[in-house]
Design a protein. Structure first.
Length: 523
């Protein structure tokens, strides 16, 4: 693992850039808070906070802008999205600097976020017109009953996004909401607010009308309730505990919500797996963004026949990772983001070791590199009763387990309340798909860690169990932001007895009609 400290390699963001981005926040009515770079400890900004009046103003502005935006043809909304896509790619150096500075992650993992936004923008730009188009299902009386189903925007969508993937999770949920004709009020985490504000700034330069995408700033415990109290729909990514709270708050108002929550994700290495390929990709799947990723792997189940070889190759690859904070591609893993994350990782590893687990790689903090660096860590001998066995660590720690059959691997993989992501490795992809179908997870990757499913944005992504409710990506990721309205026009004859027809004869006639329609297999 990396050697010398690299604190000087992460300079502060230009003050002119910080000031320009902060101008996009509807904030200032509450005292500012200081935000510091995790990798270096240097202050990034004094971040203004939003008061209740600021939040009220943001929603009022957003509602006014949304009424105009809903009347804009979808193809014109798509044109804005295409320009935004191009700006993200063209200005990636700037946004990568911001993401790295605020979150502390390596540049290679920050680039994953640029890629995520690009593919989501491209997909919804291509699919929005088709998905939002009105449809004409069969009426109760064919020809005589003409039915049209229209998609109506919800209104103002609250996107409450976390600090770990501040670009991807603040933007890729907002884009389909905007394409559906909604306004968005964002509540990014204070730690990574500049990333979300950069996206709002870029969207404005791409032609998004002013006021349509607002941002309010503050801790969720302080302003989250105020945001949910005014929203027409809530999109939240974060912890399962907070997700439950948001679900209760949204339920009280009878508004919809989508929640992507935590994960304790398994990776299965079957007896016939390509061990070298599995070990290489597993390193990325476990330690992307220092393990601070809901989709990351925290449990690996390896068949006895290949266990020793896999462990050898995986631990060697883990030990070879370079840690550092430079704003370039010279390091493969960055810092944890908060002291609380460092505390959790440290506690999980110490508890496991004290109860008999073995550290195969890593296992220690690296204050010589920065305040919250921790080495990527591999544990063996983890058993029930150890905290790391069941609880989500959300850090660079993975436990390896030996299994003796596919059934045992599936049983242990499913022994969790979570159900977000999983991975299965086998040279026989047909067999691997069968195993994948038995795993309790919203997404399962075969011969990949998480990017294959996550990056396939035409397919839905989301969790089962306490990993969440609702879906992002795919048609579901857009259509969750609309309400359907059915307009039925009855022509010529009423749906009622004709003049002089008795109710009894009407019932017999309709009974015959229902039978004929079934025979014709009509919907």
């Amino acid at each position: 693992m990396t050697t010398a400290p690299d604190l000087a390699a992460a300079p502060a963001l230009p003050q002119e850039l910080v000031d320009r981005l902060l101008a996009h926040a509807t904030a200032g009515g509450a005292p500012s808070v200081a935000v510091h770079a995790p990798a270096t400890g240097a202050k990034i900004a004094d971040l203004p906070q939003s008061s209740t009046a600021d939040i009220e103003s943001a929603f009022a502005t957003a509602r006014s802008a949304q009424q105009q935006w809903a009347r804009v043809p979808v193809r014109e909304r798509v044109a804005v999205l295409r320009r935004f896509h191009d700006l993200v790619l063209a200005e990636q150096d700037t946004i990568l600097d911001i993401v790295q500075t605020e979150a502390g992650k390596s540049r290679v993992h920050a680039f994953d976020e640029v890629g995520d936004v690009a593919v989501n923008a491209r997909y919804y730009a291509a699919a929005a017109e088709r998905l939002l188009a009105a449809r004409t299902p069969r009426g109760v009386l064919p020809v005589l009953t003409k039915v049209e189903v229209r998609n109506r925007p919800k209104g103002v969508v609250a996107v409450i996004s976390p600090w770990n993937y501040p670009l991807a999770l603040a933007v890729s949920d907002a884009l389909p909401a905007l394409m559906a004709g909604n306004a968005v009020v964002a509540r990014p985490d204070n730690q990574t607010a500049l990333t979300a504000l950069w996206a709002i700034d870029a969207a404005g330069r791409a032609g998004l009308p002013a006021g349509l995408w607002q941002a309010v700033l503050g801790r969720g415990s302080v302003i989250g309730g105020e945001v949910i109290a005014r929203a027409d729909y809530v999109d939240y990514t974060g912890s399962s505990a907070t997700g439950r709270t948001i679900a209760r708050q949204a339920g009280e108002r009878l508004i919809g919500y989508s929640l992507e929550l935590g994960g304790k994700n398994p990776l299965l290495v079957l007896a016939d797996a390509d061990v070298s390929a599995a070990a290489k990709i597993a390193v990325r799947a476990c330690f992307a963004s220092a393990g601070q990723l809901c989709e990351s792997i925290e449990r690996i189940y390896v068949h006895d026949r290949v266990y020793d070889r896999f462990v050898s190759e995986f631990t060697s690859a883990t030990q070879a990772l370079r840690l550092g904070s430079a704003l370039d591609y010279s390091y493969e893993m960055g810092s944890l983001t908060f002291p609380r994350q460092l505390d959790t990782v440290t506690e999980h590893v110490q508890d496991a070791v004290a109860k008999g687990a073995t550290v195969l790689a890593g296992g220690r903090a690296r204050p010589d590199l920065g305040p919250y660096f921790y080495e990527p860590t591999v544990l063996a001998g983890v058993r029930p009763g150890m905290t790391v066995h069941r609880e989500e660590t959300f850090g660079p720690v993975v436990s390896i387990y030996r299994v003796h059959s596919d059934d045992e691997a599936v049983e242990q993989a499913n022994d969790t309340a979570y159900g977000l992501n999983a991975s299965v490795w086998s040279r026989d992809t047909g067999r691997a798909r069968e195993i994948a179908a038995r795993i309790h997870a919203g997404s399962v990757n075969v011969n990949e860690g998480f990017i294959a499913a996550w990056g396939s944005v035409a397919a839905p992504s989301g969790g089962l169990g306490i990993s969440g409710s609702g879906r992002r990506h795919g048609p579901e990721g857009l259509l969750k932001y609309v309400d359907t309205q059915t307009i039925a026009v009855q022509r010529a004859l009423p749906i009622a007895p004709l003049p002089g027809m008795s109710e009894a004869l009407w019932a017999k006639t309709m009974t015959l009609y229902f039978g004929v329609m079934k025979a014709l297999r009509q919907k």
